[in-house]
Write a protein that binds this ligand. Structure first.
Ligand code: AMP
Length: 293
């Protein structure tokens, strides 16, 4: 696996591969890799002749500086995992390579309604920061196919919108969420859970599973209250747990029995904030291959 730190060297390699007619798959990450990340590399393998991953902890998308400081760094283990998974190139830029003029949030992306719900109000500026880094990475890598995780459902919708704004022909593939045996969604943040908190963290999966299992047409408030109770009983402080239209993310209070739904949650276990979601019924996505988990 090639490890490249500078955009110029990256462009030289990718232009060469493109010249050979290779399709390029791209997996952007912030490192501290786990099997969920590896599954994205595996998804990229079949349709592409060349797979590039990036590891870059993007300061522009952390609204809480302490969260940025504490973001785990396990670079040697990450390189091993990427090599083992069959990644061809790792792009490992420094902050100054991505943001030569600094990373002030002075650029605005029109994300419309998407930015006003769920993660939006709880993490002001987060999705603008995601777009800033993704636009830069996408212009540097210019992939044919982009692989991201359904674990960050709203982020996938934001990036899909960014691709539209960029008038990019890159195809976004939204890949299923990989989970631990007890259902906890794999996440780089899980390693910050204390051994005492770790078993209780599976309550997010239990709450989402309950919603999926008990969903009936009609009012959803009682079902949501029951699901929230699972979280609070297990020591979570809830930012949100809600059901939304799977295509627009508009919250749904009354289900007509037909609309495609997604349940989304974000909650703190002590100082660790976890997010997860579950598609309740199949969603045919125009621009992305969303699998039902
Ligand atoms: P991150 O390093 O957290 O920015 O994540 C990089 C990519 O991996 C994003 O597209 C995430 O949605 C995806 N990802 C994170 N956790 C999982 C998981 N458990 N299963 C599948 N993909 C994941």
């Amino acid at each position: 696996m090639l490890i490249i730190k500078k955009a110029g060297a990256l462009a030289a390699v990718l232009n060469d591969r493109r010249g050979q007619g290779y399709s390029i798959g791209f997996v952007p990450t912030m490192g501290a890799l786990h099997p969920g990340h590896r599954s994205l590399i595996e998804a990229a393998r079949l349709p592409n002749q060349f797979i590039a991953a990036s590891i870059f902890v993007n300061p522009a998308q952390f609204n809480d500086p302490a969260d940025f400081e504490k973001y785990p760094v396990t670079i040697e283990k990450d390189i091993e995992m990427l090599e083992y998974a069959g990644c061809d190139l790792l792009f490992l830029p420094a902050v100054a390579d991505i943001y030569p003029d600094g990373w002030k949030n002075d650029q605005h992306y029109d994300l419309g309604f998407l930015e006003t719900v769920f993660e939006g109000p709880f993490r002001p500026g987060h999705f603008q920061g995601v777009c800033q880094v993704m636009e830069r990475l996408l212009r540097m890598v210019a992939p044919d196919h982009l692989y991201m995780g359904q674990k960050d459902y709203q982020q996938c919708m934001v990036v899909s919108r960014l691709l539209e704004l960029m008038e990019s022909s890159c195809v976004l593939h939204t890949c299923p969420t990989l989970r631990e045996k007890d259902g906890l969604a794999m996440s780089s943040r899980n390693m910050r859970l204390s051994p005492a908190d770790r078993p209780a963290a599976t309550a997010i999966f239990e709450a989402l599973s309950l919603i999926r299992a008990k969903l009936q047409p009609g009012e959803l408030a009682t079902l949501l209250a029951e699901a929230k109770e699972i979280l609070t009983r297990n020591g979570f402080r809830i930012d949100y747990l809600n059901i939304a239209d799977a295509r627009s993310l508009a919250p749904v209070e009354y289900w007509d029995g037909k609309q495609s739904l997604v349940a989304l949650a974000a909650a703190f276990m002590h100082e660790v904030r976890l997010i997860d979601n579950m598609l309740i019924n199949p969603v045919p996505q125009p621009n992305a291959s969303l699998a039902v988990i």
